[in-house]
Design a protein around this ligand. Sequence first.
Ligand code: ADP
Ligand code: ADP
Length: 225
Amino acid sequence: SDVLTLEMIEKCYNRGKPNEIAVLKGANLTIPRGEVVALVAPSGAGKSTLLHIAGLLDTPDSGRVVLGGQDLSGASDRRRTAARRADLGFVYQFHHLLPEFTALENITLPQLANGTPRKAAEVRAKHLLERVGLAARADHRPSALSGGEQQRVAFCRALANGPKLLLADEPTGNLDPATSDTVFGALMELVRDTGLSALIATHNMELAARMDRILRLDGGRLEDA
Ligand code: ADP
Ligand code: ADP
């Protein structure tokens, strides 16, 4: 079954103004369960816009967004927020970890917010940290971690609530090439382990080549590269 379907997505900014810009012009996308898709595009082509729409953070002007079989195109904010919490994990170029909390706490907190009991949340957080080789860093705050370590903690946090789909915007974009390679490997292992689907925007063609499929966003539409 398909985890995400985008149908004929259109999105324009500043409609009717001199600076009107049509970013998405009928973009289509289907991601089956377990598939990891690379999204490549020139800067300004609309990657973030597409990820925000897929992530239910923004709404298209027209088109359908179907997540886990539910058509959420016209859904209320409440339903969209619930679907986002239950089904989606997000990773960005910068880790956005909470600075006053430890690595373990950063992965535990979203689970508590989702209703998981503390003990179970901590067990899962430790397991995830082990999977990315950071068991020994559980009690460190983000400022005491390297950039690559911070990003690996952010991956664990994104997976903390067991999402169906991971959305990532340049997840290793602020790391040097060697670190980027290792950290991306850790992300792919986590994703493969959990059978998660993912849509990962990257400029790095070597990383894109390690995914199941590469999609290009150009001229407002998506096509297989
Ligand atoms: P990418 O992530 O591929 O760099 P974006 O989706 O961020 O592309 O942006 C696509 C285009 O839309 C860019 O020209 C950008 O400046 C413009 N844009 C993005 N968000 C907004 C917004 N909220 N209001 C107006 N223009 C925007
Ligand atoms: P990110 O990729 O970190 O999610 P944003 O989505 O905030 O970044 O912005 C992506 C691009 O869209 C940037 O180039 C930014 O300048 C542009 N942009 C974002 N919001 C607006 C806006 N309100 N008006 C014009 N351009 C915007």
